[in-house]
Design a protein around this ligand. Structure first.
Ligand code: BTN
Length: 328
């Protein structure tokens, strides 16, 4: 069901205590050369590793790692049935990229890929998604739709609703959504959604649904974020990421499995209730084009309704981004 963590030292060092070299060797079954290679790998993931000649090694503050058994334990019966494979990587370029690579090799709907760290996390519009080790959620799910890309209209908005339900199930309140697919608290970005498609020769399509949630972003990593952001831990204890991951799967898997027949219409009212910029002046930006207007929610396909001097105009996700125009 799930790959074993290929670096056996992580779980041993996660407690934050010192472990001597002899102890690490005997508990992990590694020889001295392998031990040094795996210690080096831990450091390469950006994890602080303290070494003392008299005491051995420790990760100051410890780590709270994702736990596959805990994720499975917290899955609802429906989600457990829809989950076909669960892949947990300590470090990967991008969980979306990984599922897209596997998509051509016959993996099936319900394959889930999660990582503790992404070295080339992908954001919308070619941006980098900052993905430090062991702190946030980086989740991708593969699904397949027989009726092709037409079935996906509004899907990224429905993903946003499912994510906000999962956050609320974990007592993360006041989450709102910004069209087309930002997850906000206040005006700051808590998470992002990136859908990537692969068409199949038979007309069907595979979609990789990528979700990134800032849980406890380290100060150092946050310097690289070029937008106003927030994490869950800002006002509270760092929540258990395995439980949060299971809550996300509990909402996302059933939604993905029903989407082809239910469509966006059944998610629209909930999306409208979460709309961060309902009836607010906004500007839509696409390349060097700008269009100002008042945001008037979304239609039954998930297109943004923008009120302009010409009346209501419809805008579709893609490369468009939206910004509020706040009165001074
Ligand atoms: C955005 O720019 O708002 C979308 C961010 C999506 C990030 C997630 S993290 C898991 C998945 N893998 C990626 O490389 N990107 C998505």
């Amino acid at each position: 069901m799930s790959p074993v963590n290929p670096n056996p030292l992580l779980a041993l060092l996660a407690d934050g205590l010192f472990h001597s070299e002899a102890e690490l060797v005997s508990a992990s079954g590694l020889n001295a050369a392998e031990l040094s290679r795996h210690l080096h790998e831990v450091e390469q993931w950006g994890v602080e590793l303290e070494s003392r000649a008299d005491k051995g090694y420790r990760i100051p503050g410890g780590l709270s790692l994702l736990n596959t058994a805990m994720v499975h334990q917290c899955l609802s019966p429906v989600a457990a049935q829809l989950l076909t494979s669960f892949q947990l990587h300590p470090s990967i370029d991008s969980t979306n990229a990984e599922l897209l690579r596997q998509a051509g090799q016959g993996i099936c709907a319900g394959t889930v890929c999660v990582a503790e760290q992404q070295t080339a996390g992908r954001g919308r519009r070619g941006r980098h998604w900052v993905s430090p080790f062991g702190r946030n959620i980086y989740l991708s799910i593969l699904w397949e739709y027989a009726s092709g890309p037409a079935a996906l209209e509004g899907l990224s908005l429905a993903v946003g609703v499912a994510v906000s339900r999962a956050l609320s199930a974990c007592s993360v309140d006041n989450v709102r959504l910004k069209w087309p697919n930002d997850v906000l608290i206040g005006d700051a970005k808590l998470g992002g959604i990136l859908l990537e498609l692969r068409s199949k020769p038979d007309g069907a399509c595979q979609v990789v649904v990528g979700v990134g949630i800032n849980v406890a972003m380290p100060e150092m990593a946050s310097a690289a974020i070029d937008q106003t952001w927030v994490d869950i831990a800002r006002d509270a204890e760092m929540p258990d990421r395995s439980r949060l991951l299971a809550a996300l799967l509990n909402e996302l898997l059933p939604m993905l499995s029903q989407y082809e027949s239910a469509g966006f219409e059944s998610w629209r009212d909930e999306w409208l209730a979460l709309d961060a910029y309902a009836s607010e002046p906004v500007v839509l930006i696409s390349g060097d084009q700008r269009q100002e207007g008042v945001a008037r929610g979304v239609d039954e396909t998930g297109a943004l309704r923008l009120e302009t001097a010409a009346g209501i105009e419809l805008f579709f996700g893609g490369e468009v981004s939206m910004r509020p125009v706040r009165k001074q």
